[in-house]
Design a binder for this molecule. Structure first.
Ligand code: GLY
Ligand code: MN
Ligand code: MN
Length: 478
């Protein structure tokens, strides 16, 4: 033992790193045992186990590899904030970096799931403090034994994984593109086609949310509503408010109540509201402007809301702003009414776009064309720009790899959660639009759960009608 410690001291001795033997010896001593031995499983452990069982049943006899991903370098030794891959989170509930979930095939066709994770830093060999990413610098990690209790599955040191994968024989499926080292070691053992099938299946698994996910999305919506309220409180009624102040205000709420924003907030004031992906946020919201705020809190479990309101900065819509707002609201109402189990995914966008086309027609935007012609020819799209909705979940554009017949061309089922977000956008330089409409962009976006009976608006707590929006803003400004 004494000899082992001597060896350890030698390894920890950092003469080559400018560390004296005395300091190396000192750093070996005097650390308390902080191991936690009676941890409860994370609340979603039963759900992640069921999800893994579903994945296992689809790919009997195959080794399945799902990395969480590695941090991305921003510059030199500074990384972007890490966010684990959504499929890894979905199947483990864990969010650590450099981790890999492996489903090892069993002879009976089932799998044994193993989470390969970074263990605690070794103190004996000095890794704890001599390694740049040792726990002394980056913070304490869970031990493997602690993670076994929390996640409810066996955990092994991820540094043993390369050897395991290099020795693997038999069919393997890999979620590619997240961990370059894992991709490299498996490069001759996997095929793009089979890995694509794997990715598609994972995406389709997530189409129907379980009760844990629905509860988390509910929480994401509630926190997002509080973020919108914060924004209304900082919006000046007699002086401009920088769009970045709006962005920062919402982000503060996202960090306090959740993990982050689920996507970069669109804080688009005045004519910026006509730019769908306005994320520069370098303008100002002035009284008299509309503010189109598209923002969502991502919870600590990484589920995100995706909500938009278009607010009159002054607190009152002008008549022309109200006219456009009411058209978009009518379209959204028609869209939401078409969300129900058994409906085609295409029904609700069609319902909403039909209503928008009728309003555009009434305002003379289609010249001599009838509503039907304008609709069939898609002429409305000059002013509606985007699709009317998408799935949400762990990703704001969730389930994006699902096959057309399962998603865009598929059928709505209870447990799906999607946005309904029609809009009208009249560019400032659009000479075909009436002058009074130019520079106006309005979107209303809510998050809708498909229920056995029809649907539930998870974001119903955020006012939508013009009168309710005005009353809500007045109340918040006291
Ligand atoms: N915020 C992105 C979207 O509405 O789809
Ligand atoms: Mn959306
Ligand atoms: Mn949105």
């Amino acid at each position: 033992m004494g000899e082992e410690r001597g060896e350890a001291r030698k390894r920890a001795s950092g003469r080559s790193r400018g560390v004296s033997d005395e300091l190396a010896e000192n750093m070996l001593q005097g650390w308390a045992d902080t191991e936690r031995r009676d941890l409860d499983p994370i609340p979603q452990a039963a759900h992640t186990a069921r999800r893994r069982a579903e994945l296992s049943a689809r790919f009997p006899g195959e080794l399945l590899v799902i990395p969480s991903g590695n941090p991305k370098v921003r510059s030199n030794d500074t990384d972007y904030p890490f966010r684990a891959s959504s499929d890894f989170v979905y199947l483990t509930g864990d969010q650590s970096q450099d981790a890999v979930l492996v489903l090892e095939p069993e002879p009976d066709g089932s799998h044994q799931a193993v989470a390969y994770l970074l263990p605690r830093s070794n103190r004996e060999n000095g890794e704890f403090w001599l390694d740049y990413h040792g726990e002394l610098w980056d913070g304490r990690r869970n031990s493997l034994a602690e993670n076994e209790q929390l996640l409810g599955l066996p955990c092994r040191d991820v540094r043993t994984l390369t050897e395991r994968l290099a020795a693997a024989t038999g069919p393997i499926r890999l979620l590619r593109g997240y961990d370059a080292a894992v991709d490299a070691v498996l490069t001759d053992k996997v095929t793009a086609e089979r890995d694509h099938e794997f990715r598609v299946f994972l995406s389709e698994m997530r189409l129907i949310k379980d009760e844990f996910e629905i509860a988390d999305l509910r929480h994401a919506c509630d926190a997002t509503i509080r973020g919108f309220e914060d924004v209304v409180r900082v919006l000046g009624t007699d002086s401009p408010t920088p769009e970045r102040a709006i962005e920062g205000t919402f982000w503060t709420r996202a960090r306090i109540e959740g993990n982050d924003v689920g996507y970069t907030s669109v804080c688009a004031a005045g004519p910026h509201s006509t730019t769908l992906h306005w994320v520069r946020n370098d303008g100002e919201a002035r009284p008299g402007d509309l503010l189109l705020l598209d923002a969502g809190v991502e919870t600590r479990n990484l589920y995100t809301a995706d909500l938009t309101r278009t607010l009159p900065v002054s607190g009152r819509f002008t008549p022309v702003q109200r006219k456009v707002y009411e058209a978009v609201l009518a379209a959204q109402e028609a869209g939401i009414a078409a969300v129900k189990p058994g409906a085609s995914f295409r029904d609700f966008p069609e319902a909403a776009q039909r209503v928008l086309t009728e309003h555009l027609h009434a305002w003379g935007l289609f010249g001599g064309r009838t509503v039907d012609e304008a609709y069939e020819l898609g002429l409305f799209r000059r002013w509606t720009l985007s699709g009317v909705g998408h799935m949400i979940g762990l990703d704001v554009h969730d389930c994006a790899k699902a096959r057309t017949e399962m998603y865009m061309g598929g059928t709505l089922e209870a447990g799906m959660v999607l946005t309904v977000e029609p809009g009208l956008y009249f560019q400032s330089d659009d000479l075909t639009a009436p002058e009074e409409l130019r520079g106006i962009g309005i979107r209303i976006e809510d998050d809708i759960l498909v229920t056995p009976e029809g649907n539930e608006n998870l974001s119903a707590g955020l006012p939508r009608t013009p009168d309710d929006v005005e009353a809500w803003m007045a109340r918040l400004r006291g």
